[in-house]
Design a protein around this ligand. Structure first.
Ligand SMILES: Nc1ncnc2c1ncn2[C@@H]1O[C@H](COP(=O)(O)OP(=O)(O)OP(=O)(O)O)[C@@H](O)[C@H]1O
Length: 324
């Protein structure tokens, strides 16, 4: 019998609001989900819907406004500075733009050594052990040994992102927030980096939260997918279910925008009208209503909640919920 995978991360009623001159910006507004160890949760949605803020709030790079985050069953929002520093070894992040996130004055080896020293995994006097660990990590992420003394500007985007991955892996984490890790790369390089990340996940039993605006990137990669709209989850389901039977009009619109190679497969194209509205002091009711082709008066007057309409398939849409 297959062993049931353990839950690694649980997020409950997580909120992150920013105070702005125009009002309170609801960047993340009551999200709930969990991720099992060794699995990937894909988080998708348009730019500005709160994906990065959510990833950072989970890691406490942004202090959450409200909610709970449990890592291995522990309430990490109650952690003090010392506990947080320890936690950094378990929870890491890979950024979208490796060029912006790397120090231009650090060579490849210096960039990998930095987290090893900052996290206290080695003392700077342990030279031989550090050199051997850098060698091991470079090998793991497919960076040739000869690149050890090169600088980021001497490398292409793919190699730079391999350094970003190496820095995250250096401390032996269990969980990694991957924040659009391939969006800044040429399409030809994207697949290489995605394959590397998948291999690393298997080899090191990593758990990923993979943030992307592009549903097709997480299709084959994720166990479950969360679709976000203006700080809220509109749908959450196992990846296969979401692609086969999307229920929320916004998910359908995102999916219908992905080109499909199969000419027999015709999906009704649902155009998305207008832009993402402002997350500042949002109106009650469904936040997608202004762009939804099916919206009625009732959608704008009542607060929406996520409901499990099929096993593990959660949807926040009044019309779909009432059809059941
Ligand atoms: N430090 C901040 N102060 C004020 N508002 C912020 C801050 N960081 C993010 N925001 C706002 O929060 C909302 C969500 O932004 P976020 O970057 O999380 O979205 P995203 O879905 O990750 O988009 P992108 O892919 O463009 O980064 C946006 O309206 C953004 O302007």
């Amino acid at each position: 019998m297959l062993e049931e995978k353990k839950e690694l991360l649980r997020v409950e009623h997580l909120k992150k609001y920013f105070t702005t001159p125009k009002g309170t910006l609801h960047a993340v507004d009551d999200v709930n989900f969990s991720i099992r160890a060794g699995e990937t949760l894909g988080v998708v949605g348009e730019s500005g819907c709160g994906k990065s803020t959510m990833g950072r709030a989970i890691l406490r790079l942004h202090e959450p406004t409200a909610g709970k985050v449990y890592f291995e069953g522990n309430d990490i929002l109650s952690y003090n500075k010392k506990q947080l520093k320890e936690l950094r070894k378990d929870m890491q992040i890979i950024f979208q733009d490796p060029f912006a996130s790397l120090n231009p004055r650090m060579t490849v080896s210096e960039a990998i050594i930095e987290p090893l020293l900052v996290q206290g995994i080695y003392k700077s006097s342990e030279r031989a052990a550090i050199i051997s660990r850098v060698d091991e990590i470079m090998n793991l992420v497919g960076l040739a040994k000869r690149l050890v003394n090169t600088y980021p500007h001497e490398l292409d985007g793919g190699r730079r992102q391999r350094i970003g991955i190496a820095r995250a892996l250096a401390v032996n984490p269990k969980f990694i927030v991957c924040d659009e890790p391939v969006s800044a790369l040429d399409v030809s390089i994207q697949a290489q980096i995605l394959n590397l990340m998948q291999d690393l996940q298997e080899e090191l039993n990593l758990t990923y939260m993979f943030i992307t605006h592009d549903l097709s990137v997480v299709r084959h990669f994720s166990n479950n997918i969360v679709v976000m709209y203006l700080g809220q989850m509109v749908e959450c389901a196992p990846a296969k279910t979401l692609f086969k039977n999307p229920l929320h009009p916004y998910t359908k619109a995102l999916l219908s925008a992905i080109p499909v190679p199969d000419p027999d497969f015709k999906m009704e194209r649902i155009p998305l009208k207008g832009e993402l509205t402002s997350p500042i002091n949002p109106d009650p009711g469904c936040r997608f209503a202004k762009r939804c082709p099916y919206a009625t008066e009732a959608c704008t007057s009542r607060e929406m909640t996520l409901m499990e309409l099929e096993p593990e398939h959660f949807v926040s849409c009044r019309m779909i919920q009432e059809q059941r």
